[in-house]
Ligand binder design. Structure first.
Ligand code: GLA
Length: 685
């Protein structure tokens, strides 16, 4: 069976790409002036200057504003807005405007509307109602991009191109006839013959064997569960279809402009439709949108994970926080306002993890439309408000951090993460629905985070040779070649921590026989014979007294492997729960640790601390779940970020210049409850 093409982008090498160049850390927002009378624009620009805003995204949803049914594009209003911004020294992050087709277009061409898995159409009246594979939509969109890029391709105000908006936020998976045809074409490219497709999807089971490509459909709703190989390939196809759209817009822009091109990613907990490992190499600079999600157990830790992952997508380079919120969003069941100081903490937590821009959705709170109760920099209450004062304080704080721009976050720990594994793990039929992939990843990441361990989140298959510790949380799907990089890292002296459910299936979602985790059985010296998850609410105990939940499994170990802890009760009572194979890849190599259950948070933290210490990984003194401490370094400079989310002040050893308050730190720094401090460390490299 041929290996599926790994989702590697055929993009220009990074060195040949235009770079996003900006004076210091950018501070800005989405600006949707089409909602306002031109008299408001002038006040807006004056307030932007007051707040220190220097990068503004416009024309994000501009299509209906710019172009009518006759096809003519009227740039007069956009010209005026761009000139106003330019005159005020504010740079423009220019949208192509194609995010949402105007009603005249969908009325004329209803075939561009997306179709859901149940065969129902999604109609205009919201946003992003278009099929990613529609050639008709593409034609109209590219014509608009061409007009916009011709007009502003070398405008001195424009700093960056912003393709569409959050591609795939709502329309990633379309099942219309056009998408079905495109899916078949994609499958032919990947699998070659219908026999290979049958083998890859295991269609011998349940009488699913295909005899012709025309029989193959997108995974529409069925009366039972669907073929998981088909669902997985559809996820890949859907991600590629939107990437192709991005690429098409970017190509048009590049015909008229030498400026950098990006689009805003959604590296976040609730959207998982795009494999950003394949997208990232096509970005001139990586940009992300992030909103705190209060439906999660630890929203702040998720922010840190998303920021580390975005930095991974940027190959460690600085990236842009393109959107976050000053306060509440409007799309969660209960939309929490931020506490005083929380906006600053959230913003600088992103900077601490590599962001070189702090931008928001949106500038001025809408009075109408779906997002009128979404927070903004200028709230409904206007500038005479506590929120506006916090915005101006944040603008000033960001300006004081300008010198941090361009530095990078250093880390000795790699956490492997993959969207493909997410799709494969969270399938319809699986051992337990009580634990999703991302929850598993967050649990393990959270333990490292709370220990003050700096982590890079990287793509499976990345070069791991510079890391002291490689962590593989629940990486259900992994290619053989990618799995070997973990073995190689261990052979080179790194420790590895692999947790349950990892390495079970290959890229075709096919189980590796002989005992789990097939991909790393030999490295770990274990053989899991049977999964034995437990019901939510069932407590598991280990011999050491540690507590666990949700997952147990029946495992045997080889002679070379030490049992660190055993299940004291539950379906695997008496069997190993945690193992360690010392010098797992021969003399001088690192140790391979395996965790076969979901430890309770404090026990997981203690276990992680043991491995971190064994691997010789540094923990930031003073860091905890409430106090994030990270470093950005470069050009002989080192900046220590201390973000105190807690209710108590903390004192940390430090020496140098503190940038937020502009004070000298001579040995110790007090960081009050809720405050952020950034120390340019003296004598540090
Ligand atoms: C996304 C979109 C914005 C806005 C925000 C609201 O990030 O890009 O247009 O809808 O969500 O949180």
């Amino acid at each position: 069976m041929p290996a599926l093409t790994p989702p590697l982008a055929d993009a220009a090498p990074a060195t040949e790409r235009p770079r996003f160049v900006h004076q210091g850390i950018a501070f800005g927002c989405d600006y949707n002036p089409e909602q306002w009378d031109p008299s408001v624009w002038r006040e807006d620009v004056a307030l932007m200057r007051e707040a220190g805003v220097d990068l503004v995204a416009v024309n994000i949803f501009g299509w209906a504003w710019l172009q009518g049914p006759d096809g003519d594009v009227d740039f007069r209003a956009l010209d005026e807005v761009i000139e106003l911004l330019h005159a005020a020294g504010i740079r423009v992050n220019l949208g192509t405007g194609t995010s949402s087709p105007p009603p005249w277009l969908t009325a004329r061409h209803p075939e561009i509307l997306p179709v859901m898995a149940d065969g129902t159409t999604r109609y205009p009246g919201g946003r992003q109602a278009w099929c990613p594979s529609s050639p008709v939509f593409r034609r109209y969109a590219l014509a608009l991009v061409d007009a916009v890029a011709r007009r502003y391709g070398d405008h001195p105000a424009v700093a960056l191109w912003h393709v569409s908006n959050e591609l795939g936020c709502h329309n990633a998976r379309c099942h219309c006839d056009e998408s079905t045809r495109a899916f078949r074409r994609w499958l032919r490219e990947q699998h070659g013959t219908i026999d290979e497709l049958n083998r890859a999807w295991g269609t011998s089971f349940w009488s699913q064997r295909y005899t012709d490509w025309d029989e193959v459909l997108t995974p529409r709703l069925t009366v039972s569960s669907r073929n998981p190989g088909q669902v997985l390939d559809f996820h890949r196809f859907a991600s590629d279809a939107l990437l192709e759209h991005h690429r098409a817009e970017a190509e048009v822009i590049r015909r008229h402009s030498a400026l950098p091109v990006t689009t805003n990613f959604m590296v976040t907990a609730h959207i998982r439709d795009l494999d950003y490992w394949s997208w990232a190499p096509e970005m001139d600079v990586v940009a992300n949108d992030h909103y705190l999600d209060h439906r999660l157990g630890a929203p702040r830790t998720e922010l840190a994970f998303a920021a580390d992952l975005t930095r991974g997508l940027a190959s460690g380079e600085p990236w842009l926080l393109m959107e976050h919120s000053t306060g509440a969003v409007n799309w969660q069941p209960v939309n929490l306002a931020k506490e005083p100081g929380q906006m600053l903490r959230n913003s600088l937590a992103h900077v601490a993890r590599g962001a070189d821009a702090v931008c928001f959705f949106q500038w001025r709170a809408s009075l109408q439309g779906s997002e009128k109760f979404h927070s903004a920099l200028v709230p409904h209450a206007g500038p005479d408000s506590a929120l506006w004062r916090e915005v101006t304080e944040l603008g000033a704080a960001v300006a004081r951090l300008d010198e941090v721009q361009g530095t990078r976050v250093a880390s000795d720990v790699a956490v492997l993460f993959a969207w493909e594994a997410w799709w494969a793990n969270d399938a319809e039929n699986r051992p337990t629905h009580a634990l999703d992939y991302l929850d598993h990843v967050h649990a393990v990441y959270g333990a490292l985070h709370d220990l003050g361990v700096a982590t890079d989140v990287v793509r499976p298959g990345s070069d791991l040779s510079d890391y002291r510790l490689v962590v593989v949380p629940g990486l259900h799907l992994v290619r053989d070649a990618d799995a070997r990089t973990v073995d190689d890292a261990v052979a080179a002296g790194a420790h590895a921590l692999i947790t349950f459910g990892s390495g079970v299936v290959d890229e075709h979602d096919r189980v590796r026989p002989g005992g789990y985790p097939g991909a790393w059985r030999d490295l770990l010296g274990i053989r899991v014979e049977e999964f034995a998850p437990v019901l939510p609410g069932t407590a598991l105990a280990l011999d050491s007294g540690a507590g666990a939940s949700l997952w147990a499994e029946r495992m045997r170990v080889t002679d070379a492997t030490t049992v660190v802890d055993r299940f004291a009760d539950g379906p695997a009572a008496g069997l190993p729960a945690i193992t360690r194979r010392t010098e797992a890849a021969g003399p001088g190599s690192g140790d391979a640790w395996y965790l076969g259950t979901l430890l309770d948070p404090a026990d997981l933290r203690a276990f992680a601390a043991r491995i971190v210490d064994a691997a010789g990984v540094r923990r930031e003194p003073g860091a905890s779940a409430d106090v994030e401490i990270t470093r950005r370094v470069g050009d002989g400079r080192s900046y220590r970020f201390i973000v105190n989310h807690g209710t108590d002040g903390v004192t940390i050893d430090a020496r140098g210049a503190e940038l937020v308050t502009g004070t000298v730190v001579d040995g110790r720094i007090e960081v009050p409850a809720g405050a952020v401090r950034v120390v340019r460390e003296e004598g540090a490299a």
